[in-house]
Design a protein around this ligand. Structure first.
Ligand code: SAH
Length: 360
């Protein structure tokens, strides 16, 4: 029984795996090959209707809409930053608002994808957390973000990288995330390389282990602290999975030999940005194939938290690098449009340029 059906009983076809679609079609009396034909239309050609599927027989094109619905996100607006970052706002079929952020950077075009409406993790510094969790996104909604954005890119441009770092905690929505990632990775789906997909998590330890068993994508962990007390103070999930347990799990994960775990570390002035923090961090990460990504805090009126001065961030980085820890500082992108880390879910629709006509 497919998990995603409409009130009228029709199946959300884009939330099915190719195997599930095959099963459904065969049950309707179809030959198996038709599933792959339809699947290619959905993901490679971004078809919006069965009518477009011209290599499907007339009989089946007429029959399919009675059983399946092709869902799309409704484009609501796009905000463009002075640095070229674009934030896309969407409505889901039930009227929830979600966001995706497209970040151009030299030869890369990275899409930051949302996996939930809101978030249940309640990290004290993160504005998305203020929304609480409204609901999980369906597989179709997670895949439609890159699919629909790709449609409006100029010829020759394509999304090169995807990071599951938008609204939500991806591993809290495990089954839908993995179903969506299988479409991203499928050669007849979006056909992306696992090397260009990163899943970021607050550190849901059992789900992290499951993910590394299930799929070869990159893993990022938002560590954000150098002691248990510090982390507990800002990331409630630490009460469930201690930092020690989290790092132990990272040490034991069967990370593929050419991959490293990325540890994200949001730097908050006077809280976790001292050289003592850097020293503790370098000890904590010993024995873990890892790299550190420092994220100077993106300030906002809702929190009395400051980002450290650039020299402080650089000194922290220098400390780690000279101790053999790979470490970069993430440049802030899209701050003027509230598209930066931890700012999603706060869009001011009044200032949004409507792109409903743009064809996404
Ligand atoms: N829930 C997942 C995916 C979201 S990623 C996770 O936490 O990893 C969003 C990243 O932005 C996280 O690393 C988070 O710690 C960071 N972040 C949240 N608020 C921020 C802010 N105001 N400034 C900088 N980074 C922030």
């Amino acid at each position: 029984m497919p998990r995603f059906t409409e009130p009228d009983g029709r199946i959300d076809i884009k939330s099915l795996s190719l195997d599930e679609l095959t099963t459904e079609l065969v049950a309707l009396g179809s030959e198996k090959f038709r599933a792959l034909q339809i699947w290619k239309w959905l993901w490679q050609k971004a078809a919006r209707t069965f009518e477009e599927m011209t290599n499907i027989s007339r009989e089946w094109r007429d029959k399919l809409p009675a059983h399946f619905v092709i869902r799309e996100l409704t484009p609501v607006g796009v905000l463009t930053s002075t640095d070229g970052t674009r934030k896309f706002l969407w409505h889901t079929a039930d009227g929830q608002q979600i966001e995706s952020v497209l970040i151009p950077d030299d030869d890369r075009l990275t899409l930051c994808v949302s996996t939930q409406v809101g978030c249940a993790m309640a990290c004290s510094f993160c504005l998305t957390g203020d929304l609480g969790l409204k609901r999980h996104l369906r597989p179709a909604e997670i895949v439609n973000q890159p699919l629909q954005i790709s449609r409006i890119l100029p010829a020759g441009q394509r999304i090169t990288n995807v990071v599951m770092m938008g609204m939500g905690e991806p591993l809290h929505n495990y089954d839908n995330l993995v179903a969506a990632l299988r479409v991203y990775l499928h050669e007849h789906g979006l056909g992306m390389s696992h090397r260009r997909i990163t899943v970021s998590t607050v550190g849901l330890v059992p789900a992290m282990k499951r993910l590394t068993d299930d799929l070869p994508v990159n893993l990022a962990v938002s560590l954000n602290a150098s002691t248990e007390e510090q982390r507990r103070a800002v990331m409630p999930i630490t009460k469930k999975y201690s930092m020690a347990e989290l790092l132990e799990a990272c040490r034991d994960l069967p990370i593929h030999h050419h991959k490293r775990i990325t540890f994200e570390y949001v730097m908050m002035a006077g809280f976790n940005d001292s050289l003592e923090d850097a020293a503790r961090l370098s000890k904590l990460l010993r024995g873990i194939r890892s790299k550190v990504n420092l994220i100077p805090y993106n300030e906002n009126p809702q929190r009395d938290i400051q980002r450290p001065a650039a020299e402080v961030a650089r000194a922290f980085q220098h400390y780690l690098v000279t101790r053999g820890v790979q470490c970069s500082i993430r440049s802030t992108r899209g701050k003027d449009i509230s598209a930066a880390c931890g700012q999603l879910g706060k869009a001011d629709l009044a200032s949004v340029a409507i792109f409903a006509e743009s064809g996404a």
